[in-house]
Ligand binder design. Structure first.
Ligand code: NAD
Ligand code: UD1
Length: 341
């Protein structure tokens, strides 16, 4: 049985990936410092899969803690590195916290990969590396634009660190998955996106507004050059995204990669505006959302969606689930979590 280390595995995308890996018969070991997730997620994963992953509470920023973990646990077939801070606005206010956490954690992991010759690494990157692309849909060979935020910059720098590291360690391999906008929850509704405090992202804000926890959703910007004036993103169901990680891990373990550092866009290939998303949410849930149209949020780009043909060609991956399906699953999770009938 292949053994996979998931950093940040109690978080949103990590927990869904843990479920998919366990379902595919991988042995999963999670490390997380629980700065943005809860320990209960482990039991929730067990409710879905029948198995509780191994878990260690480790702060990957702490080199000694990380090194001590690897002294005992180093027989992994692959590492999937999710652990990072991800709030764009917070990164503008606290840049050093973001650079320190997102980059030092990465380097602490990579140095142990090298030390114990753990060959395979999958990295959580983001479409934010493209900024506002000149051409849409955006392909992996589109230029990397100057980052709009310290968070975005950590993803760009992380990709460069990985490239330089692999140049010096040709026996090691990595796949960076550039996620577009992950939304939704597992169909069981046992796990989902549970931001601690005020959500920054659109879908948790919508479900919390529908649940009555937030008074009103603000739609940021109505004067974009799009069909209805609101910004466009490529919203990808988190379970589809999780499955891309399984294919990336498999490709690396089977040595099917074309070079030792690869990059793939993981999106649906389709853009939806904020208003389209709100309307779809209302339609699938039968609820009326309290929202207002307001001015643009600083730092937001106008539109982005993915060209996913490379992921299809090389990983044989493509998104299967619909926007309606993702929004309904997010609402089902919110209802169960809040005890709403
Ligand atoms: P999340 O916050 O739900 O999960 C991240 C997990 O990492 C959390 O459980 C947190 O406690 C943990 N963590 C953070 N710092 C740590 C540290 N120093 N040591 C140990 N654990 C630590 O976020 P997510 O949405 O699941 O995102 C996972 C990854 O995907 C991140 O790298 C994020 O930047 C990237 N990403 C997310 C999105 C998105 O919209 N959700 C989009 C693109 C890329
Ligand atoms: C951002 C980052 C992305 C990062 C992700 C994780 C950029 C370009 N993208 O995505 O890399 O991984 O956050 O946090 O920096 N919106 C509203 N009202 C709200 C919230 C959002 O109208 O209350 C709108 C936004 O203006 C945007 C869309 O909804 O047009 C999606 O926003 P959000 O979910 O925050 O994701 P991004 O900003 O696209």
């Amino acid at each position: 049985m292949k053994k996979i280390l998931i950093t940040g595995g109690t978080g949103y995308i990590g927990s869904h990936t843990a479920v998919e890996l366990i379902t595919e018969n991988y042995k999963v070991h999670i490390v997380d410092n629980l700065s943005n997730s809860k320990i209960e997620v482990l039991s929730d994963i067990q409710k879905i899969t029948g198995k509780k992953p191994c878990f260690d509470k480790i702060d990957l920023l702490n080199k000694k803690e990380t090194d001590d973990f690897f002294k005992i646990n180093n027989d992994f077939d692959a590492i999937i590195h999710f652990a990072a801070y991800k709030a764009v606005g917070e990164s503008v206010a606290k840049p050093l916290m973001y650079y320190r956490n997102n980059l030092n954690s990465l380097m602490n992991i990579l140095s142990n990969m090298q030390k114990y010759n753990i060959s395979n690494f999958v990295f959580s990157s983001s479409c934010t590396v493209y900024g506002q692309p000149d051409m849409l849909p955006v392909t992996e060979s589109s230029p990397i634009k100057k980052a709009d935020s310290p968070y975005g910059n950590t993803k760009q720098i992380a990709e460069e660190i990985i490239n330089d590291f692999l140049n010096a360690n040709k026996q090691l391999k990595s796949i960076s998955l550039r996620y577009f906008n992950p939304i939704g929850a597992h169909e069981s509704a046992h796990i989902g996106e549970l931001p601690i405090g005020m959500p920054n992202n659109l879908v948790p804000f919508i479900t919390q507004t529908a649940a009555g926890i937030r008074k009103q959703l603000k739609i940021f910007g109505t004067d974009y050059n799009t069909s209805d004036g609101t910004a466009i993103r490529d919203y990808i169901h988190v379970v589809d995204l999780a499955q891309a990680h399984i294919l990336a891990v498999r490709r690396l373990i089977k040595n099917e990669n074309k070079n030792n550092s690869e990059f793939f866009n993981i999106g649906t290939g389709k853009g939806n505006s904020v208003l389209e998303l709100v309307n779809t949410f209302e339609k699938v849930t039968g609820l009326k959302l309290n929202y207002i149209l307001t001015k643009r949020r600083p730092g937001d780009i106008e539109k982005v969606w993915a060209d996913t043909s490379l992921a299809y060609k090389e990983l044989k991956w493509k998104a299967k689930r619909t926007l309606a399906n993702a929004l309904l699953s997010a609402w089902n999770r919110e209802k169960i979590y809040r005890g709403i009938k």
